[in-house]
Write a protein that binds this ligand. Structure first.
Ligand code: ADP
Ligand code: ZN
Length: 433
């Protein structure tokens, strides 16, 4: 049962008509209000009126993160700040932050998108939701907060961190839902085990995790360790924050809120469209936003789209779980490697904990990948010989599945810093430049 059948279950043709209408409006709006877009369209000799079919969107120039940085803080804002009711900003993990301004109407739409996301995860007004996303400029905290409030849940805004207190609150309040990044969910699970609290025996039943890539193997691990259903949210500051795409009870791909966002998949090298079902870089155009609409924003996220009937009844197109970011891709012995592939393989190995980092170094002309992963305590306690055996086993598994040689280093349990937000999984030690 969707939150809003009118839009979530609309016949595809009707949905596409609506998308086209909103696309045209958005293009007129940005052309009139935002010199950056007007100049780019003019340079390319294209006018909003040239877009007559949805596919024509490909004629428009793409927008990239540096465009947002160059126009920091409000150069891409289409309305005077007086009409802006909220400004978020990305954590700026990769440089100067970028901003996300909202008009009152933009904010309403975001809440609607988040309510759909959480409703699809099975969250209802009688749930007690513990929101352990960072509250503040990051869109995660307030985004989830507002969506859950719209459904009418009892919201407990714990924010990220202070893990022991999270667990105490979870137990004392009887939280039925947890919101946080998948890596923080693991940190919570681990700390609870150390505190001798079995989360599986608590009322917690659902988690909605997102903001960073995670594999289905990681999802299974979290479901198993917490005794919950691990659902997903996907989004980015540039488009509103979380609520762009979400998984339904089928847990088989994420439905995109298509009445709000038009998705394309392109080859990241050529920007040419790839055939439906093939993987490439995800590009989004916002269809209803007014303060800072995005035209063909390159997310760098790699996935594929599937237009198929879903058991849940939604007609919204589905995207696969993000397999990586195009700027995350490593090339090891000529093979393209995404950290998520290594994560899946590590989770096949029963002797290790789901805590790892990948280190890339230069050896001669070649990039060399080291996988540092923590051993389970009982394995580590068996000594060096056992550890060497497990290292060999993991390297063999990766070699066998991906055809690349990696160096595996088994670490003592608890060596790596635990994540409270977005986990840092790749350390690049190659010389810069
Ligand atoms: P920043 O990390 O720069 O502060 P955001 O918080 O807006 O910016 O992060 C957006 C990015 O987070 C997305 O482009 C994507 O790479 C990642 N992300 C968000 N949700 C998911 C998800 N469910 N799965 C994988 N990656 C995700
Ligand atoms: Zn579905």
């Amino acid at each position: 049962m969707p939150w809003n059948d009118q839009f979530e279950c609309m016949p595809v043709e009707q949905l596409q008509e609506l998308q086209l209408k909103n696309l045209k409006e958005t293009l007129n709006w940005v052309y009139e209000k935002i010199p950056f877009y007007r100049n780019k369209f003019d340079e390319q000799g294209i006018q909003p009126g040239d877009i007559q079919r949805l596919e024509d969107v490909r004629k428009l120039p793409v927008t990239v993160k540096t465009d947002l940085r160059d126009n920091y803080p409000f150069g891409l804002c289409a309305v005077p700040l007086e009409e802006v009711v909220r400004v978020h900003a990305s954590s700026g993990t990769t440089g100067k932050p970028i901003t996300g301004p909202y008009t009152a109407e933009d904010l309403e739409q975001w809440i609607e998108c988040m309510a759909r996301n959480l409703w699809a995860a099975g969250i209802r007004s009688n749930d007690i939701v513990q929101n352990a996303y960072g509250h503040g400029l990051f869109t995660g905290g307030l985004g989830f907060h507002q969506g859950a409030s719209r459904i009418g849940c009892t919201v407990v805004p714990t924010s990220a961190g202070m893990t022991e207190r999270q667990i105490t609150i979870m137990k004392d309040f009887g939280s039925t839902v947890l919101f946080c990044t998948p890596s923080y969910a693991l940190t919570i699970a681990e700390r609870a085990e150390e505190m001798n609290i079995d989360i599986r025996k608590l009322p917690l039943r659902v988690g909605v995790f997102g903001a960073e890539p995670w594999t289905t193997a990681m999802r299974d691990e979290i479901q198993e360790r917490m005794g919950i259903k691990a659902m997903e949210a996907y989004g980015l500051t540039e488009l509103c924050g979380p609520g762009v795409a979400f998984d339904c009870e089928a847990q088989d791909g994420l439905h995109i809120n298509e009445d709000h966002f038009l998705a394309e998949i392109v080859d990241p090298a050529t920007l040419e469209p790839v055939p439906m079902g093939e993987s490439g870089e995800l590009i989004f155009t916002s269809l209803q936003r007014r303060a800072m609409p995005m035209i063909r924003y390159r997310t760098k996220d790699i996935t594929r789209l599937r237009r198929e009937k879903c058991a849940c009844g939604r007609t919204l197109i589905k995207m696969d779980k993000i397999t990586g970011r195009s700027d995350d891709m490593l090339i090891i012995s000529g093979v393209n490697v995404f950290p998520s592939q290594i994560e899946s393989l590590l989770l096949d190995v029963e002797e290790v904990l789901p805590q790892y980092v990948l280190v890339i170094r230069k050896k001669g002309y070649l990039d060399q990948l080291s996988v540092r992963v923590e051993a389970k305590p009982d394995v580590y306690n068996l000594g060096a010989e056992k550890c060497a055996e497990v290292e060999k086993k993991i390297a063999g598994h990766i070699q066998g599945m991906m055809g690349i040689n990696v160096k595996v280093e088994l670490l003592a349990p608890k060596t790596l810093t635990r994540s409270e937000g977005k986990a840092m999984r790749v350390i690049d030690e190659r010389p810069k430049g």
